[in-house]
Design a protein around this ligand. Sequence first.
Ligand code: FAD
Length: 450
Amino acid sequence: MTHKHQIVICGAGITGVSAAYYLAKAGAKDILLVDERAPLTLTSDRSTECYRNWWPDADLLGLMNRSIDLMEELADESGNVFRMNRRGYLYVTADENKIPELKERSSRTSQLGAGPLRVHSFDGSYQPAPAEGFRHQPLGADLLLGNELIRKHFPYLTGKAVAALHVRRAGWLSAQQMGMYLLETAKKFGVRFEAERVESVNISSGRVKGIKLSSGEQIECPIFVNAAGPYLKQVGQMLGLDLPVYTELHLKVAFKDALGVVGRDAPLLIWDDEQSLPWADDEREALVSDAETKWLTEPFPAGAHTRPEGAGESQTILMLWEYKTRAMEPVFPPPLDNQYPEIAMRGMSSMLPGLKNYFRKMPKPQLDGGYYTKTRENRLLAGPLPMEGAYVIGAVSGYGIMSACAAGELLAAHIIGKKLPSYADAFSLSRYDDPEYRKQLESWSESGQL
Ligand SMILES: Cc1cc2nc3c(=O)[nH]c(=O)nc-3n(C[C@H](O)[C@H](O)[C@H](O)COP(=O)(O)OP(=O)(O)OC[C@H]3O[C@@H](n4cnc5c(N)ncnc54)[C@H](O)[C@@H]3O)c2cc1C
């Protein structure tokens, strides 16, 4: 049987759903969203659900500022059904020597458009973030210097903390609820959803003609959007393209913090220092003597982070720490690392010493994970593919929730032919056609995941 649709979007994760919403909102008609799974259930319900506008890349920063504007609009119009807050991200260090570099890096990000940097050595002008709500909050970041000041506002942090950078246009929300709000509203605008697998794309004379579903059904469509998340590359192959993306496994663990170590009003707390895991002397000796466990006594990277999850009586905390980066083809369910909960707990205890009380008897962990789909330089893809009628939205790495609205809006502008924002070229696949850009990539350092 053959149907016809104007636009088919393959993938109902947060990027596909957002693309459908912004296309329909801009007046596009006859949109079909196809996913072999229930919407928002592959990667988009695995995230930490955080957002920030603090990026060292001016284009990503511009896109993120726009995305946060759009999320705030959605929160206002929906009565904040997805509980967007503005608690911020707090990057903490115990290393005095890092302070000049931290200041320098922060003022560079501030000048790119993230908002002003305020430095506080004593109490007075620092304005703490409320636990709920997102309006009427400062932009930019506050750099708190000195342990007394830091612990006055964040008493659960270590007595060794010497500087804490509080990024203010940042916080978290319920990604599932934001995604469902976008999907339900898109359906009201006329978007249809079909639970099916896209098996192939029919191309003729260099343009998209339609797709075939695994049921055998054929759909004629002049426009096809690849929003397949970790399967972006595979769906790209259906178009005869080799998209420059790869996938990385990322895990996350939830614990019940029955001792109340992490303040329930805390921002996202990030330990910005490298460290060695804390072990008792006898444990360390045993670990060092075994070649398989020796690595547990060696230096670990910066970036362990945690936040409280849930309202009311909830005692849940989430922890993430990419101490081992693992690029791999996506397999589901993702392979879990049983050592992860204990390593994350030990690592986080450098910043939150109260967690050491859990070393003897660890609370039961809930471990899960998913894949970051990435380009080499960690910039997403949203725009046309080199074939008439074909588009891509994806490679949204560890920032797919926070960027979804602006990426969806950008893709819709490409398809509908609306004026493009200044950052459009930075996220188009055609950026790789530029030899200068390819050359730059060789010396590109990653623009930060957190
Ligand atoms: C541990 C972890 C923590 C994270 N934390 C954050 C965070 O704090 N903030 C943030 O912004 N982001 C975060 N992210 C990243 C974010 O979750 C992802 O970037 C985002 O969910 C990706 O969305 P997507 O729509 O591209 O992919 P997905 O959600 O994976 O959706 C892709 C969809 O395509 C469908 N599909 C694929 N192939 C086909 C086919 N052939 N036919 C039909 N359907 C198909 C799949 O079934 C799937 O539903 C985190 C991710 C992880 C793993």
